[in-house]
Design a protein around this ligand. Structure first.
Ligand code: DC
Length: 222
């Protein structure tokens, strides 16, 4: 049987960078489920569909395909209708649209089998919002990774500036707060710690300390 580590938590808690590193040390596959919601958001934006228009979003789903692939360094690639959109889904506009479109139950249902299928065929660290609660309720280890909104906005700001984007810290902090609210108040699969999860707060931890902490929680709980 394959091993599944569920890693949930709010935007910008460092889930993706920490999980990527932990997965490579443990020789697991890292699955970033946010990228799947982002690719549907991108498809909606391209078609001029409002990301909170459930009826239009539902009509869009049968017209698109979303797949995951891995390149030779083991990095995840998201394919929207067969096209690699891994870079296009990383803009603040897509972040906000993903937060809205992911509240639509049909969108969540559309992505469920893809996520479960990955965990059936590989040892995974899967990062998202509802992995421990909905997608993989039987995951052997569940971690809820969090940090203060200011710390999370600061990290996202740095990341975007390093990519050469012209962004403003206050806007990013507001985005973080709005997305936290959207993600934790939606009716379907809201962001919340699974009752059997271990919470790890990275506000005061640097990257190396966070990775060490996650790996030790995984090893202690396997
Ligand atoms: O992790 P991220 O920031 O790339 O996720 C983008 C959006 O997708 C986020 O606002 C919440 C949503 N999401 C979700 O609802 N469920 C998941 N398992 C992963 C992401």
């Amino acid at each position: 049987m394959s091993i599944a580590i569920a890693l949930d938590g709010p935007a910008g808690a460092g889930k993706s960078t920490i999980a990527r590193r932990a997965a490579s040390e443990l020789n697991y596959i890292y699955v970033d489920t946010g990228a799947l919601y982002r690719s549907i958001a991108l498809a909606a934006l391209k078609k001029g569909i409002e990301p909170d228009d459930a009826a239009e979003a539902e009509k869009l789903l049968p017209e698109i395909t979303v797949d995951l692939a891995f390149n030779e360094s083991g990095e995840q690639i998201v394919l929207l209708n067969g096209e690699n959109v891994s870079a296009d889904i990383r803009t603040p506009e897509v972040s906000m649209a993903a937060s809205k479109i992911s509240a639509i139950p049909a969108v969540r249902a559309f992505l469920l089998d893809l996520q479960r299928g990955m965990a059936k065929t590989h040892n995974v660290i899967m990062d998202g919002r509802d992995i421990g609660t909905v997608v993989l309720p039987d995951a052997q280890v569940k971690i809820f990774l969090t940090a203060s909104p200011e710390a999370r906005a600061g990290r996202r700001y740095k990341e975007l500036v390093e990519k050469g984007m012209d962004v403003n810290f206050e806007d990013i902090l507001q985005d973080v707060i709005t997305r936290d609210y959207n993600d934790s108040h939606r009716e379907t699969a809201p962001l919340k710690p699974a009752p059997d999860s271990v919470t790890v707060d990275t506000t005061e931890l640097d990257f190396e300390q966070s990775v060490e902490k996650i790996i030790s929680v995984i090893k202690e709980n396997l």
